[in-house]
Design a protein around this ligand. Structure first.
Ligand code: ADP
Ligand code: MG
Length: 267
């Protein structure tokens, strides 16, 4: 679904990405794990061309991602984003926030006047049901908790009916229990709808729990690629160099955990 070859990104002298090769399969839930500054956001931003690669090629669903034109619009319609700070419109209702996920598919005049065809409203409500927020559809979004706002963010991404969701640290602003709830909704939607998800995280525990496959990034390079059971203490030292030098405890080696329970509680 996503194919990245030789991706390099420089900001002046700084090499944020140094030759990334990566494939993401249809319907796969991929976690990109790495410390702050590793290049995770830059990688996601290159995929839908919010930033311009210095070198390398990216294909999404068989189409090369290039600057401008109808090709890029087609790619962007297939790729939805979820942000750390939710990026919801606080004064709008939950339903209208989710409907903004439909804007890319609508004729411009309808979107200017926020006239949403009934079919789009149905899609929005279906997406709200997936994150169990249909009961809050008419509520102003700024009355929701952080976890609920991010569930609106997920519903909005789903309303776009994308092939790919790029989630950039979607739970970095949430407490652990809420984080797990939000990641559970995201993973469940990915599995049920066959959407590929690339989810940036810096928390090792969540990567282990939710990643079907994990790519460890450090200093702009992929330093690990494999399943959750591959995240050994050695691998974690490669992803997080200096972890012990800073006096922090060595990361726990992987231990089997209970299979992930996909039932969710109220966030
Ligand atoms: P992460 O998301 O893993 O924290 P980023 O992709 O945000 O990493 O950043 C990777 C590196 O690129 C960092 O050193 C960061 O300071 C630098 N960087 C990111 N965006 C810019 C920018 N727009 N201009 C200059 N440097 C940037
Ligand atoms: Mg980032």
């Amino acid at each position: 679904m996503i194919k990245i070859r030789g991706l390099t990104k420089r900001y002046g002298d700084l090499e944020a990405l140094r030759g990334i090769d990566l494939d993401v399969a249809p319907g796969e839930f991929l976690v990109v794990l790495g410390p702050s500054g590793a290049g995770k956001s830059t990688l996601l931003r290159c995929i839908n061309r919010l930033c311009t690669p210095t070198q390398g090629e990216i294909h999404v669903d068989g189409e090369r991602v290039e600057a401008g034109g109808a090709g890029l619009r087609r790619v962007r319609r297939k790729v939805a984003m979820i942000f750390q700070h939710y990026n919801v419109v606080p004064r709008l209702s939950v339903r209208k926030n989710v409907l903004t996920g439909r804007l890319g598919t609508m004729p411009a005049p309808l979107s200017w006047f926020q006239i949403f065809p009934g079919r789009d409203v149905d899609i929005a409500m279906e997406c709200l049901r997936r994150v169990e927020l249909e009961g809050k559809a008419e509520q102003r979004t700024d009355t929701l908790s952080g976890g609920q706002k991010q569930r609106v963010g997920i519903a909005r991404a789903l309303a776009q009916q994308p092939r790919v969701i790029l989630a950039d640290e979607p739970v970095a602003s949430l407490d652990p229990k809420t984080s797990r709830t939000v990641l559970t909704y995201l993973k469940q939607a990915s599995q049920e709808l066959g959407i590929s998800v690339v989810c940036n995280l810096h928390q090792i525990d969540y990567a282990r729990e939710f990643g079907e496959r994990i790519v460890g990034v450090s200093g702009g390079r992929i330093v690990f690629e494999g399943g959750p059971d591959g995240l050994t203490a050695d691998v974690l030292r490669r992803i997080y160099p200096g972890l012990e030098d800073r006096g922090e405890p060595a990361p726990r080696a992987w231990q089997p955990t209970r299979p992930h329970n996909l039932s969710v509680e109220e966030a």
